[in-house]
Design a protein around this ligand. Structure first.
Ligand code: SF4
Length: 77
């Protein structure tokens, strides 16, 4: 699963960072950015997504190959 922040919608309120600082940080531009993280707490992420006032956070499941034995992950966007 990939987590993305639509920075055009983000208003830098900091709610995501406050709720889930292991995954979201407010960067130098005052907007949220996703921190690379190997394990994502799905319940916590859902809470953050629902708590974002501008719906700027999304999970991207499509196109993500979970199989361990091929190189198709290289082609993920
Ligand atoms: Fe931006 Fe939403 Fe995070 Fe607020 S909760 S900083 S609007 S992504």
């Amino acid at each position: 699963m990939k987590v993305v922040v639509n920075r055009d919608n983000c208003i830098g309120c900091g709610a995501c960072e406050a709720l889930y600082p292991e995954l979201f940080q407010i960067d130098d531009e005052g907007l949220s950015t996703v921190v690379e993280n190997e394990s994502i707490d799905d319940a916590k992420l859902t809470e953050v997504i629902e708590g974002c006032p501008t719906s700027a956070i999304a999970k991207e499941d499509k196109g993500t190959c979970e199989c361990p034995n091929c190189d198709c992950k290289k082609e993920e966007e």
